[in-house]
Design a protein around this ligand. Structure first.
Ligand SMILES: Cc1ncc(COP(=O)(O)O)c(C=O)c1O
Length: 298
């Protein structure tokens, strides 16, 4: 620990490039994907930024911090993102796929349409939750140099505390991000995180089995909640987004909290009646479903 870490993070970058099927020069790492996103807002939004009205809460925060002009585009009533709403915007686009907190995802073909209808603008696809069932946009990098994919080890790789995120894009865009990293903090990733990051990439089958377990638990929990009268979006993430026609989400959150279960309620007009529930173990989800069922089926 007395030595500074490798500023090029080459061991993790090489292993990650191989895992993702890209060249090492197309990858850079950040202190969590939040740092990568911050760099993007700081430097890659020359004509402003566009993002959905319901999405990751840090987008507007970074935009305000770096004084980037914001254009928010409402999701449709069913919370889907309509790619035609994003055509020819003339500014950088950022969105989470799957989205948070809705869990809904665009297909790779829909993302290709967005890239084609914004030829002069950067499109940043935040794939924080991609490993829980949605299609990654990474294969589109061969065809589109206006694409950047941002990812993280915090969710499917269960390393949120280590702070390790990444960007994958053309070599030119990655060189731009590296310029910022080296001007800000060349040692943005500590030695322990780099060692853990390289080690975790060695066991692909364990990783896939863990992600699959969460997907299976999500499907079962969703099915049971729907049978109890709840409505769930078609989430492709490691959480479900749940509503009930008669019970207010804030009230449900309070009832769950009283039982020692913490779920996320957002005090925002369009999603006021929804809860974001992270998928836990099968036992935890059974307990949650039992309580939610007892609230509505008295
Ligand atoms: C959509 C999305 N993007 C990015 C992040 C940031 O993740 P991290 O900085 O841990 O890589 C999160 C974290 O919750 C997220 O939900």
């Amino acid at each position: 620990m007395r030595l500074y870490p490798d500023p090029t993070a080459s061991a993790v970058i090489e292993a990650l490039a191989q895992t993702l099927g890209v060249r090492p020069g197309q990858v850079t790492l950040g202190n969590g994907s939040d740092e990568i996103l911050a760099f993007c807002f700081q430097a890659l939004c020359p004509n402003g930024v566009a993002f959905p009205d319901i999405s990751y809460g840090f987008y507007p925060v970074y935009a305000q911090l770096y004084q980037v002009d914001i254009h928010t585009i409402p999701l449709r009533d069913d919370f889907t993102l309509a790619v035609e709403d994003y055509a020819g915007l003339g500014r950088t686009i950022v969105f989470a796929n799957p989205n948070a907190p809705t869990g809904l995802a665009l297909s790779r073909a829909q993302i290709a349409t967005m890239l084609e209808t914004n030829p002069g603008s950067l499109v940043i696809v935040d794939e924080a939750y991609i490993d829980f069932g949605a299609e990654s946009a990474i294969p589109l990098l061969e065809q589109y140099d206006n694409l950047m994919v941002v990812g993280t080890f915090s969710k499917s790789r269960a390393m949120a505390g280590a702070r390790l995120g990444y960007a994958v894009a053309s070599e030119a865009l990655i060189a731009d991000l590296n310029l910022i990293k080296y001007s800000f903090n060349p040692y943005n990733l500590n030695r322990m995180t780099l060692a853990a990051g390289a080690a975790v990439l060695e066991d692909a089958s364990y990783f896939e089995a863990c992600a699959q377990k969460i997907i299976n638990t999500r499907i079962i929990a969703k099915d049971k909640l729907e049978k109890s009268g709840y409505y769930c979006t078609d989430s492709m993430a490691n959480f479900i987004f749940v509503s009930h026609p008669e019970y207010e989400a804030e009230v449900l959150q309070g009832r769950l909290r009283a039982e020692g279960i913490l779920v996320r309620w957002f005090n925002q007009s369009r999603i006021k009646n929804w809860l974001r529930i992270t998928i836990g173990t099968e036992t935890q989800m059974d307990e949650l479903v039992k309580i939610m069922d007892s609230i509505t089926n008295k």
